[in-house]
Design a protein around this ligand. Sequence first.
Ligand code: HEM
Length: 407
Amino acid sequence: MAHEQVSPMESSWEILEEYHIDKDVGFALPNPLEELPHDYDAWIFIAKNLPELIEIGQLRAEVEKLPMLSVDDLQGHKVQRLAHLVLGYITMAYVWGRGDGDVRKVLPSNIAVPYCKLSEKLGLPPILVYADCVLANWKKKDPRGSMTYENMDILFYFPGGDCGKGFFLVSLLVELAAASAIKVIPIILSAIQHQDLDTLRKALLDIASCLYKAREVFYQIHEHVDPKLFFGVLRIYLSGWKGNSQLPEGLLYEGVWDTPKKFAGGSAAQSSIFQCFDVLLGIQQSAGGESAAKFLQEMRTYMPPAHQDFLHSLEAGPSVREFVLSNSDASLKEAYDECVRALVSLRNYHLQIVAKYIVIPARQQSGKNEASEEPSELENKGTGGTDIMNFLKSVRSATEKSLLKEG
Ligand code: HEM
């Protein structure tokens, strides 16, 4: 594909498009499809009725009687992304069932075979990823209306009512806010190439202000996501089978591999936006500890390949940080620091959210006192399987360390 040869250095918007980055929705899939060809109606039926089928105890039986469908007729990127989303929902529901600990360790071949073939085509793992449930799982209610929470919906639901809608759509809206900052990247790289300090300074300030706006969008999570439902219901359906004591060996994809495979669950850590600005600003996540950097690298393998390529090409491009450091222009350094501060403030805010949506409900569930120092295994595991607070704090501190000016 062409995106292997071009670099965002060469600037213009068309080049970002080569990396499947859209001018309005950034890393999100523009106008995702809602329908598969009729041959796949049985998949859509299950995915559309997932909470009800789980409720009446019929979901697994419905999955087991699915015919084995070939994915050869799923032509085109958007159709394939929709099918990956649908199979991801079905797989999560099949494995976790009612979310009460009665789990399945084998995914039947009638679903495993097409799912793995399709995943291979897309370069995604055979598990529900952020690129499915957030980036490709949305529609506008009124197509002529704007991209606001009120005018949007998700395509598929998990049990937990509107909790999934809240979590997925607010994440998507953060992506959309960040899309305005992505647009500035080619301007930055071209300004460096032409040694145009004034344009570079303005572009950096522009990015910082978009990132602050993205943080404001984040506030909507409180209005739309209930901590108890998030922690007790949705988080279970997003969980993966890597580092998960309920499936210590992983999941056996029947008819595909002879041994179980481990994959991490769906997490916004698989979003490209924060990583993209880390790379652009030369923030070394390894400064926050090897394991955090390793986890973030691993999360890249859950992103669409075009987005992974974009991050690689940014890494291979000129270093904004080195350029700023090599110039004695104080206002340029200040503009760079403003971007870093914006990222730190996003990560700070995210940490508060994680405390509210994971740490506190976990403590309540395990009947622990809120002042207790020792974290339990429950409160310590994110859906991606990390030791969350340590991980998130080290990512934040590596970001802070990149400030050129202290204080
Ligand atoms: C209820 C809301 C949220 C919760 C409970 C939450 C939880 C978590 C957890 C537990 C992690 C650690 C990795 C893992 O094990 O999965 C994580 C990482 C991450 N999350 Fe969230 N998250 C939420 C919303 C969001 C949103 C809306 C975004 C932005 C679109 C986001 C972006 C990230 C990123 C980029 C990371 C990787 C760490 C970093 O780069 O700072 N999260 N999140």
